[in-house]
Design a protein around this ligand. Structure first.
Ligand code: UDP
Length: 328
């Protein structure tokens, strides 16, 4: 297969690249290296079946040719990470909405149309009142200047754009709603909690728990995330509808901090940081996020392979290997 991955040097993108290269496919990654990083794909750069294009999806001239040549496109390029999302609201709309539009429009005009995976996010549930989040839930948004709503709506918009192109142009679109992917190559620089906690614990610094830490997330190892996406993309019955992709084990953030300290054997303590200090006064925290994964399971039979403890141990192993390599 020929695979095109937008955001291919990013955290999730680099795992998609790796999976398809391991399968013998040809992979082109496009990335503007804004949050993505060359280090993420360094191991594949010598592979003759891999090519990285450093470009902005908004004006990349090679897009039509690459889309025409592809059998499957993963659209993962987006402004991500809470710190970045809050700092760059204009870029959120430009990249997440306008670049997606350009991509879908381009694919719709291809003679040989690839199937497309449009990455959505659990953030579409925003301030949903349900405890257990289902794809058909009514959605609740709290519009605020500079808030998270811009990101949430950009991802909801991506879903609607994908469905519109399916309806009018017959595109085969897969729409995974991704719940808190974690794992190797996730950067601590943009706010993501697990790589931050691991970095802090290994440095013996306090783990910064925002708020009182009772807010929950359901963390899914990225290798499970991409395995589930691949199964969905390979199933025509899954096309055209959002599907929760995640691990249904819910964890309080303060418990995550304790877990990381324990598994690291670190002497770090927990420091509680008010949300306003972490993200600014306008911030409305999402207090709970728990996916119902019945649709995913019914369509694919998928169950996660990794649990959170294994992912943390794997990350600690990666971090120790890196520091030994640097010391050698
Ligand atoms: N968080 C935290 N300390 C940090 C970074 C994040 O307590 O240093 C919290 C954050 O407030 C949120 C949770 O961890 O409640 C998950 O944050 P992340 O940005 O990883 O994902 P998202 O909020 O987008 O689900």
């Amino acid at each position: 297969m020929n695979i095109l991955v937008t955001g291919g040097a990013g955290f999730i993108g680099s795992h998609v690249v790796e999976k398809h290269l391991n399968r013998g496919d040809h992979v082109t990654a496009i990335d503007d290296l804004s949050t993505g990083h060359r280090d993420n794909i360094a191991a594949f750069e010598s592979n003759a079946r891999f090519c990285l294009v450093e470009a902005d999806l908004m004006d990349w001239e090679g897009l039509a040719g690459a889309a025409e040549a592809a059998d499957r496109v993963y659209h993962l390029a987006a402004v991500v990470g809470m710190f970045r999302v809050l700092r760059e609201p204009v870029r959120v709309t430009q990249v997440n909405v306008c670049a997606t539009e350009r991509l879908l429009e381009t694919i719709a005009t291809c003679a040989h149309r690839p199937q497309v995976v449009i990455a959505s996010s659990s953030s579409v549930y925003s301030h949903s009142r349900s405890r257990d989040l289902r794809e058909d839930d009514e959605l609740v948004y709290l519009p605020r200047e500079g808030g998270l709503t811009g990101y949430a709506l950009s991802k909801l918009s991506n879903e609607i754009q994908a469905m519109a192109y399916r309806q009018e142009h017959g595109l085969q679109v897969t729409i995974p709603r991704l719940f808190n992917a974690v794992g190797p190559r996730q950067s601590p620089n943009y706010g993501f909690v697990l790589p931050r906690f691991i970095k802090q614990a290994l440095a013996g610094e306090p783990l910064t728990v925002f708020g009182d830490g009772t807010q929950t997330r359901s963390f899914c190892d990225v290798r499970d995330t991409i395995a589930a996406i691949d199964l969905l993309a390979g199933n025509a019955a899954a096309a055209g509808q959002p599907v929760n992709v995640g691990n249904d084990r819910e964890t309080r953030i303060v418990d995550l901090a304790r877990m990381v300290i324990e598994r690291t054997g670190s002497r770090s303590e927990i420091e509680f940081v008010p949300f306003a200090q972490a993200y600014g006064a306008q911030f409305d925290q999402i207090t709970q996020r728990h996916p119902v994964t019945e649709r995913l399971e019914a369509l694919t039979g998928f169950r996660p392979h990794w649990n959170l403890e294994q992912t943390i141990d794997d990350l600690l192993g990666c971090a120790r290997e890196t520091s030994e390599r640097r010391a050698a």
